[in-house]
Design a protein around this ligand. Structure first.
Ligand code: F6P
Length: 535
């Protein structure tokens, strides 16, 4: 991809302040924002002007976005390194959808699995499916990465809609986590979901065996309290889970895109089938918008273009996601996998090295907590961190509406402060007002000056409902897709996680005392020895 024109435009922006853009264009806020069905995206607090936006849109067009988007929704095998289609959108497609992979409509199977999930989830919720101790009180989802982060994020986000059994998550191979989760639970009323696309992931399979032993110590038939979510039905059978409690899916659902289907079962049990259907419908509505809206009004495209502008063109190395919504506390972690596993690549589709940087580091925390932790650096540090704020107009607690207004005020204040800053002169006047003069006033004013001109975007919605969450998740999925298309990479494989897995398998025996450490580098050999003697 040729970024030269945009890099030249970037040079022009170096001496300009974002606030000047508002002075020269009184309608800037309106012109550099877009809405869709209850979502509103403001990107006017960036240095992007009409010329830059036109170039960014041209970039997406030259990258073949329209054709690549059509190919994805059509079921083409666009994940070329794994020879797979990319059809997570099929999991949320409407009742009349027909989507074919190799000429075969996949929708009947998708609908049949969803119907089985709904029956099972409602049976767990109603008590029709029970444990030996009666109604299921607790559900433990064992999975990692894409088999964990989506449901974890969703259950926290939709807490006001969670009226089923308590849902817990175990992901880490660190035995501390499963110990702490299982310790207070009653095996007689606990359902264990083993969520793993491949059913081979070491962390998940190790935790699943631990859960099996825990159940076996408390109930006569531990297998009766297991459910599997996987593409590998041979392996789920080997584990001892009967087919009627296996919810399968196809290899065209990537792990980090999988919360819409069986991997979302824990969320469905928590919120119920109707609310889960609303979540799917929200995702489907974003799919329709992404496919039909002109690029200039297309929310996933606009988010992607802002991302490309800040990372590839301006060279800002990270992107902060800052939801002013405590229940979205796990969204940054979810987006870390979605964005960094998808677009953290260094070769193009054809295997040739990229001539530019790939995806940014994504990080964040909910506001207002982040304000009292890392915002100092965002406001006054030397590195520019583009911030993506997110806030709902309302909360679910009408009696605490005054707190919600305070939350919203904080969100807006941060983006205002980032853009407008506080000049040295204003800081000096303030120092004088405090009774300081001369050098002392100047010195304090330097510390109290905010450079401003720091870019941010704000995504606004009304209320975080299941449907709204579906829209937001699909919005980010498509944003990652568009960025990947512009970068010319495969956003749907993740070979970069393999080497560490292989080496961990080889290192475990060394920690248990086996020979062979001499093949390791000096540092690793030393650490193995050091740890082994303390184990
Ligand atoms: O760490 C890589 C990865 O393959 C992720 O892409 C995936 O979400 C996670 O591991 C879990 O994989 P599985 O669902 O097969 O257990």
């Amino acid at each position: 991809m040729n970024f030269d024109t945009l890099l030249a435009l970037r040079e022009d922006t170096r001496t300009r302040r974002i606030t000047d853009l508002f002075d020269t264009d009184p309608d800037r806020a309106k012109g550099f924002s877009a809405g869709f069905d209850g979502l509103f995206f403001d990107y006017s607090k960036t240095a992007i002007d009409a010329g830059i936006r036109a170039e960014l849109i041209a970039l997406a067009e030259q990258a073949g976005l329209a054709e690549r988007r059509a190919a994805m929704f059509r079921g083409d095998r666009i994940n070329r390194t794994e020879g797979r289609a990319v059809l997570h959108a099929a999991l949320r497609a409407g009742k009349d959808a027909v989507i074919a992979v190799d000429g075969q409509d996949v929708m009947p199977e998708v609908r049949a699995t969803r119907a089985r999930m709904e029956i099972f989830a409602e049976a767990v919720r109603s008590g029709a499916f029970a444990g030996p101790g009666g109604q299921i009180t607790d559900v433990v989802n064992i999975g990692i990465g894409g088999s964990d982060l989506g449901p974890v994020m969703g259950v926290a986000a939709l807490a006001p809609y969670c009226d089923g059994p308590r849902v817990h998550f175990v992901s880490n191979v660190d035995g501390a986590q499963i110990h702490d989760v299982l310790a207070p639970l009653n095996p007689k009323t606990t359902l264990v979901i083993v969520a793993s696309k491949t059913f081979t992931t070491t962390e998940t399979m190790t935790n699943a065996q631990t859960a099996k032993r825990w159940l076996a110590a408390g109930v006569a038939e531990p297998a009766a309290q297991f459910v599997a979510l996987s593409t590998a039905e041979d392996k789920t059978a080997e584990f001892g889970i009967p087919p009627d409690r296996v919810f399968g899916f196809e290899d065209w659902v990537g792990g980090r895109y999988s919360m819409w289907g069986p991997i979302g079962l824990s969320l469905m049990i928590a919120i119920g089938a109707d609310d889960f259907a609303a979540f799917l419908e929200g995702g489907a509505s974003m799919d329709a918008h992404f496919r039909a809206a002109p690029l200039m009004d297309n929310l996933p495209v606009l988010l992607a273009l802002v991302g490309i502008w800040h990372h590839q063109i301006c060279g800002y190395p990270t992107r902060a996601v800052l939801p002013y919504e405590q229940r979205l506390s796990r969204l940054p972690a979810y987006l870390q996998q979605l964005e960094m596993e998808s677009n953290g690549k260094s070769v193009a589709m054809d295997g040739t090295p990229l001539g530019y940087v790939s995806g940014p580091v994504v990080w964040g925390e909910p506001g207002t907590n982040g304000q009292h932790a890392f915002y100092q650096l965002i406001h006054q540090g030397t590195a520019v961190v583009p911030c993506e704020f997110m806030v709902g107009a309302r909360g679910h607690e009408p009696d605490l509406a005054h707190q919600h207004r305070l939350l919203v005020a904080n969100c807006l204040a941060q983006s205002e402060a980032l853009m407008c800053g506080r000049s040295f002169d204003v800081a000096l006047t303030e120092a004088h007002a405090k009774g300081l003069s001369g050098k002392a006033a100047e010195q304090l004013a330097r510390h109290r000056t905010f450079p401003g001109n720091r870019p941010s975007t704000t995504l606004v919605y009304d209320l975080l409902t299941p449907r709204r969450l579906g829209q937001i998740v699909a919005l980010y999925e498509h944003r990652v897709f568009v960025e990947g298309v512009i970068l010319g990479i495969n956003s749907f494989d993740q070979w970069g996680v393999e080497l560490g897995k292989e080496l961990a398998t080889a290192l475990q025996p060394l920690l248990e005392g086996a020979d062979g450490g001499d093949t390791k580098d000096g540092s690793t050999r030393m650490l193995v020895e050091y740890l082994r003697h303390m184990m």
